[in-house]
Design a protein around this ligand. Structure first.
Ligand code: CO8
Length: 261
């Protein structure tokens, strides 16, 4: 399938999805959201993609936000709300994707771009990355989950500070705040993301899926319910061939070969 705004490259066990509108710093228009949705279908249907990297094309940006030209032309509050819901649904789907998603940000990750980055499982940044929610400067607020995901990650006050000021967060500061898991030299960003994707692609797929579920679902509930969920997912994963393989491999002092069953 040919896409206008994204590229999806398959590798052995993992895939690289690039948002490819460098002239507008990879801004997300509706067509890009539709294409991302189709790419996620492809990833889920493939059966052999066990880790996904998402990055932006060009040297300057991960994604500089929703496409402001397109936002400017939205005719009604109703349509604005529908578009916010569309992006939110896509980003929630990404968050709940059965395979781990590595976000690799090598430049501006602003507005919808920051919200996209916050929907992955692991966020890698180059020293040049800048994160932020500048919507307030446009007279609007974040609409693709930013007020919710950022506040859950860094607390209400810090989220309010950045959403109210629109101030950009440099990579090192984002690391200190726990938004970013690793900061690497700019030229090392993709090699690092690829190396991590290769590592994850060799881990037990069902276990990874349920680790994501357990953490995502548990973060939205009280401890008692979260522990109940963890025990239930633990039981489910115990039924897999991969857990026998993992334990046998350890006892036989060899590398496990997981099949996702
Ligand atoms: N949308 C459309 N075009 C953009 C965007 C964008 N978000 N960001 C950059 N561009 C374009 C510029 O217009 C410019 O185009 P041209 O060459 O035709 O003039 C080109 O990309 C390069 O950008 P700059 O010349 O501005 O590059 P600089 O290096 O000078 O500045 C910045 C880089 C600081 C990143 C600057 O481009 C900027 O501030 N961009 C906008 C950032 C922003 O405000 N993002 C938030 C957008 S709103 C949003 O994301 C809401 C999400 C929720 C939506 C809910 C649905 C209703």
């Amino acid at each position: 399938m040919e896409w206008n705004n994204i590229r999806l490259e398959g590798h052995e066990g993992w895939a690289l999805l690039t948002i490819d509108r460098p002239k507008v710093l990879n801004a997300l228009n509706r067509e890009t959201l539709d294409e991302l949705e189709q790419a996620l279908d492809r990833v889920e249907e493939s059966g052999d993609i066990r880790a996904l990297i998402i990055t932006g094309s060009g040297e300057k940006a991960f994604v500089a936000g929703a496409d402001i030209k397109e936002l400017r032309e939205i005719p009604s509050a109703h349509e604005a709300e529908r578009l916010a819901e569309k992006g939110q649904a896509l980003f929630s789907r990404l968050e709940e994707l059965p395979v781990p998603v590595i976000m690799a940000a090598g430049g501006f990750a602003l507005g919808g771009g920051f919200e996209l980055a916050l929907s992955g499982d692991i966020l890698l940044a180059s020293e040049k990355a800048r994160f932020g929610l500048p919507e307030v400067n446009l007279g609007i607020l974040p609409g693709y989950g930013g007020t919710q995901r950022l506040a859950r990650l860094v607390g209400k006050s810090t989220a309010k500070y950045y959403a109210l000021t629109g101030e950009m967060i440099p990579a090192e500061e984002a690391y200190r705040l726990g938004i970013v898991q690793k900061v690497v030299p700019h030229e090392q960003l993709l090699p690092e993301a690829k190396s991590l994707a290769r590592t994850l692609s060799k881990q037990a797929p069902v276990a990874m899926n349920f680790i994501k579920k357990s953490i995502n679902q548990g973060a939205e509930t009280d401890l008692k319910t979260g522990l109940r969920l963890e025990a239930s997912h633990f039981g489910t994963v115990f039924n897999t061939e991969d857990r026998m393989e993992g334990m046998d491999a350890f006892l036989e002092k060899r590398k496990a070969s997981f099949r996702g069953k």
